[in-house]
Design a protein around this ligand. Structure first.
Ligand code: HEM
Ligand code: NAG
Ligand code: NAG
Ligand code: NAG
Ligand code: NAG
Length: 318
C-alpha cells in the first residue's frame, strides 16, 4: 500500500517535471516588458495599410498550432533540402508573414533573443480579434520555436468538405472538444475564401442534388455568380460572413439561414451534436466571445515544446 502510494507520488513528480513547458501571463514582465506593446503596434501599422491582415493572422495562428503545435513552424522558409509548411497546398491565404517579421525585428532591438516567434503569432492573433471588435484575453507566454516544418504535414489540417464527425476527430487530436470546435469555427467571422474551397457545393454537388441542399438557394445563386464556370479569375471568392472585417456572431446567424460558405461550416448547424451550440452563439454574442477566448487559450497551449529555441529570424532556424 505504502509502496503503491510512493510510486504514485513519484509518477506525479515526474509527470510535473516532464510535462510541457508551463506558460505564464507574466513571462516577459522582466525580460521584455514592452513585448505586447511592440507586437500590437506592428499589427496596427500593417492593418492600417492592409485590412486583410487581421484574417490572415488569425488563420496563421490556427494553422501553426494545428501542425506540430504552436511552435511557429508555419513561419519557417523552405530550404533546398526541405519544403516547409508555408509552401504546402492549403497556403493560399496564409500570408502576412511580414507583420510577424516586422514585430520580431523591433523586438530584437528592444530585448534581443527573448521573445519567441510562436509567442508573437499568439499575441498577434489575440490583437487582431480585439482590434476587429472581438473579445480581449490575457495571452499565456513562454512558447519556444521549433526547428521542423514540413509541407507534407499540412494535409493533416481539416478540410472544408469535412462533416462533423471528421471535424470532432481532427480537433480532438489536438485536445479540443466539441464546444471548442464550434467556438473556433467562429473565426470565420473574419476573412475571405477563394472559390476553390466551396465551389463543389454549387454545381453537380451529388448524384441527387445539383446544389448542396443545406445551402440557402439565393445564397447559392449569389455564389454561382461570384464563381462562374469556367472561372478565369483565380482571386474570385466570397467573404466568410456578411460583416467580414468585424469580429461578431454574425457567422452563426448565417449558419441558421443556410448561408455558411464551407460545407464544414454549415455542417455545424446540421448535426445535433453541434447545432445547439451554434444556436446559443447566434443568440448570445457575449457567450460566443467568452467561449472563443477560452478556446483560443486552449488552442494556444497545444503542442507547446520545451526543447525549442527563440529564433532570431522567424523564417530560419538559428
Ligand atoms: C473547422 C475547421 C476549419 C476549416 C475546414 C477551415 C477552412 C478554411 C478555408 C478552406 C479557408 C479559405 C481559404 C481560401 O480559400 O482562401 C479558411 C479561411 C479562414 N479561416 Fe478557416 N478553417 C477552419 C477553422 C478555422 C479556425 C479554427 C480559425 C481561427 C480561429 C480559422 C480562421 C480562418 C480565417 C480568419 C480565414 C480567412 C483568411 C483570409 O481571409 O485570408 N479557420 N478556412
Ligand atoms: C509603426 O509605424 C510607425 C510609423 O510609420 C513606425 O515609426 C514604427 O516603427 C512602426 N512600428 C512597428 C512595430 O512596426
Ligand atoms: C504555396 O505553395 C506553393 C507550392 O505548393 C508555392 O508555389 C506557392 O508559392 C505558395 N504560396 C504562398 C503564398 O506561399
Ligand atoms: C463523415 O465522413 C466520413 C468520411 O467521408 C464518413 O465515413 C462518415 O460516415 C461521415 N459521417 C457522418 C456522420 O456523416
Ligand atoms: C456530374 O457528376 C457526374 C459524376 O459524379 C458526372 O458523370 C457528370 O458528367 C457531371 N456533370 C456535369 C455537368 O459536370
Amino acid at each position: 500500500m505504502a509502496l503503491k502510494l510512493f510510486s504514485v507520488m513519484i509518477f506525479l513528480v515526474l509527470n510535473v517535471s516532464f510535462s510541457k513547458a508551463a506558460l505564464d501571463v507574466h513571462y516577459y514582465d522582466r525580460t521584455c516588458p514592452n513585448a505586447e506593446k511592440i507586437i500590437l503596434e506592428a499589427v496596427r501599422n500593417a492593418s492600417m495599410h492592409d485590412p486583410k491582415v487581421s484574417a490572415r493572422i488569425l488563420r496563421m495562428f490556427f494553422h501553426d498550432c494545428f501542425i506540430r503545435g504552436c511552435d511557429a513552424s508555419i513561419l519557417l522558409d523552405s530550404t533546398p533540402q526541405n519544403q516547409a509548411e508555408k509552401d504546402g497546398p492549403p497556403n493560399i491565404s496564409v500570408r502576412a508573414f511580414y507583420v510577424i517579421d516586422d514585430a520580431k525585428a523591433k523586438l530584437e532591438q528592444a530585448c534581443p533573443r527573448t521573445v519567441s516567434c510562436a509567442d508573437i503569432i499568439t499575441i498577434a492573433a489575440r490583437d487582431v480579434v480585439t482590434m476587429s471588435g472581438g473579445p480581449f484575453w490575457n495571452v499565456l507566454k513562454g512558447r519556444k520555436d521549433g526547428r521542423i516544418s514540413r509541407a507534407s504535414e499540412t494535409i493533416t489540417l481539416p478540410a472544408p468538405t469535412f462533416n462533423v464527425s471528421q471535424l470532432i476527430q481532427s480537433f480532438g487530436k489536438r485536445g479540443l472538444g466539441v464546444k471548442d470546435l464550434v467556438a473556433l469555427s467562429g473565426g470565420h467571422t473574419l476573412g475571405f475564401s477563394h472559390c476553390s474551397s466551396f465551389q463543389a457545393r454549387l454545381r453537380n454537388f451529388s448524384s441527387v442534388h445539383d446544389i448542396d441542399p443545406r445551402m440557402n438557394i439565393e445564397f447559392a445563386q449569389t455564389l454561382r455568380q461570384k464563381c462562374p464556370k469556367p472561372n478565369k479569375d483565380r482571386n474570385a471568392g466570397q467573404f466568410l460572413d456578411s460583416t467580414a472585417s468585424t469580429f461578431d456572431n454574425n457567422y452563426f446567424k448565417q449558419l441558421l439561414a443556410g448561408k455558411g460558405v464551407f460545407g464544414s461550416d454549415q455542417a455545424l448547424f446540421n448535426d445535433y451534436r453541434t447545432k445547439w451550440i451554434v444556436e446559443s452563439f447566434a443568440r448570445d454574442q457575449s457567450s460566443f466571445f467568452r467561449e472563443f477566448a477560452a478556446s483560443m487559450v486552449k488552442l494556444g497551449n497545444f503542442g507547446v515544446i520545451e526543447n525549442g529555441e527563440v529564433r532570431l529570424n522567424c523564417g530560419v532556424v538559428n
